[in-house]
Design a protein around this ligand. Structure first.
Ligand SMILES: Cc1cc2nc3c(=O)[nH]c(=O)nc-3n(C[C@H](O)[C@H](O)[C@H](O)COP(=O)(O)O)c2cc1C
Length: 426
């Protein structure tokens, strides 16, 4: 059998699998898993300029995943194209998306031998919370579009694997239900809106659900140009009007995108309230005054803005370009990290996300001064492919890879991962 026909046979298996039935290929309108559709599904593999070593393979169960890219391929072949496309998309030509991955190749790890590495400790503390691992779950919206259990599956995986979870404003499950499923405090991610009364309601609910930290995302004052998403939507032959009222593009052109989200219940929000080009640093000041929660600013990519965060009272900074979904800067977050760390000088914790896919990436980010790292797409691939067990497996893989990298580099604790642990590639 050729590799292609192997894949076709596997896709047929997936389409018939009861585990995957709700979201499998067969769920697409008019799609009976025909040869044409299967071939199209095969052709979708390896899109968006993924490097060869990141392609991954289809797997039948979470334990078969060798790395997070096996989850990506399986999610892509399990989920409807539009929903997978929402995870996959960057902006414009996806240059920043690719740069986030390539940036890690610009740094190399410097090993140290004979360091007695039988015990490798990844424990750390972030804003007063003790954590067994520096790997945190970045906030991502609309998770029930990826698996019926959505944010609850992620929260249960975060609980069983003991990771900090950040919950998106545009979640498909309420903060109250997710906090209960996680069983430990979660951080609440806040998108600003044009209406302060909505912000107040969100803050009150997050505080009421026991969130100790609010994470203000500042990188999308206007909606970004997610072309790859549009291309994926064009490939989706299902009738989407039942879920996406009005039959318009589900991601911004209708007027119900945000009103449908449980956190906006009773607010009367319209999609245009989500445009916030008028916001300035005064919003951070106002947020600080309005809440007892610690305030973290997410979406910082420059040293000057990092300093401004501190001047305006931020308790931590998340270096992030939204996984290449905001501005098309073409620049990786890992490239911005050293300048930001130098500017911050340890005054507040610095967290980095965007492009983290392997334990070596995590090690490099920590060496360059990050206190913790966030992951987005990898756990969504696990969620889309297998639900809670898929998210759990992704977290296990990344933790195991980090520990192996630390041991091979001679670092017995996070404190022993230092700037000298990496060297700029020549
Ligand atoms: C499908 C998807 C939805 C996202 N939704 C949000 C969100 O609601 N709020 C937010 O602050 N960031 C959101 N992000 C950005 C993530 O928090 C994170 O910054 C990004 O995914 C990290 O890059 P990575 O996907 O390469 O790991 C989203 C990312 C993805 C992929």
């Amino acid at each position: 059998m050729s590799p292609l026909s192997d894949r076709r046979a596997f896709l047929r298996f997936l389409a018939a699998s009861p585990l995957l039935a709700p979201l499998a290929l067969g769920a697409c309108k008019g799609d009976e898993g025909s040869e044409e559709q299967l071939t199209a599904a095969v052709d979708r593999m390896g899109t968006l300029g993924e490097p060869d070593q990141d392609l991954g393979e289809l797997i039948a169960s979470p334990d078969k995943a060798l790395d997070v890219f096996d989850m990506r391929v399986t999610a892509q072949n399990t989920m409807p194209p539009a929903h997978y496309g929402y995870i996959a998309t960057g902006v414009d030509g996806d240059a920043t998306l690719r740069a986030n991955r390539a940036g890690f190749d610009h740094w190399q790890i410097r090993p140290h031998r004979l360091m007695g590495v039988e015990q490798v400790d990844t424990a750390t503390t972030l804003l007063g919370t003790a954590m067994e691992t520096p790997i945190i779950i970045s906030p991502t919206g609309s998770q029930r579009a990826f698996h019926p259990d959505g944010e609850l599956a992620t929260a249960r995986a975060a609980k069983s694997q003991k990771h900090l979870m950040l919950l998106s404003t545009v979640s498909t499950t309420s903060v109250e239900d997710v906090a209960a499923a996680r069983g430990e405090p979660i951080w609440y991610q806040l998108y600003p809106t044009a209406r302060w009364d909505i912000t107040e309601k969100l803050l009150a609910r997050a505080e009421g659900a026991g969130c100790p930290v609010v994470v203000l995302t500042v990188d999308l004052p206007v909606s970004s140009n997610r072309l790859s998403l549009t291309r994926f939507i064009k490939r989706d032959r299902r009738d989407c009007t039942e879920c996406h009222a009005g039959g318009k593009d589900a991601y911004g052109e209708g007027n119900t995108t945000f009103a449908r989200k449980p956190m906006f219940d009773g607010t009367g929000i319209t999609d245009k309230d989500f445009n916030t080009p008028m916001l300035t640093w005064a919003f951070v000041d106002r947020l600080k005054r309005a809440t007892k929660m610690k305030v973290v600013v997410k979406g910082i990519v420059g040293a000057g803005d990092a300093e401004r965060c501190i001047q305006h009272g931020a308790d931590a900074i998340i270096v992030s370009n939204h996984g290449g979904r905001a501005e098309e800067s073409g620049r990786a977050t890992i490239e911005n990290l050293p300048d930001i760390v130098q500017m911050v000088r340890g005054r507040v914790p610095v967290i980095l996300d965007s492009g983290i896919r392997r334990g070596t990436d995590i090690f490099k980010a920590l060496a360059l001064g990050a206190d913790a790292v966030g992951i987005g797409r990898p756990y969504l691939w696990g969620l889309g492919a297998f639900g809670q067990p898929g998210v759990e497996r992704v977290l296990q893989i990344l933790r195991a890879e980090l520990r192996t990298t630390m041991a091979l580099a001679g670092a017995r604790s996070l404190a022993e991962i230092a700037p000298a642990s990496v060297v700029r590639a020549g």
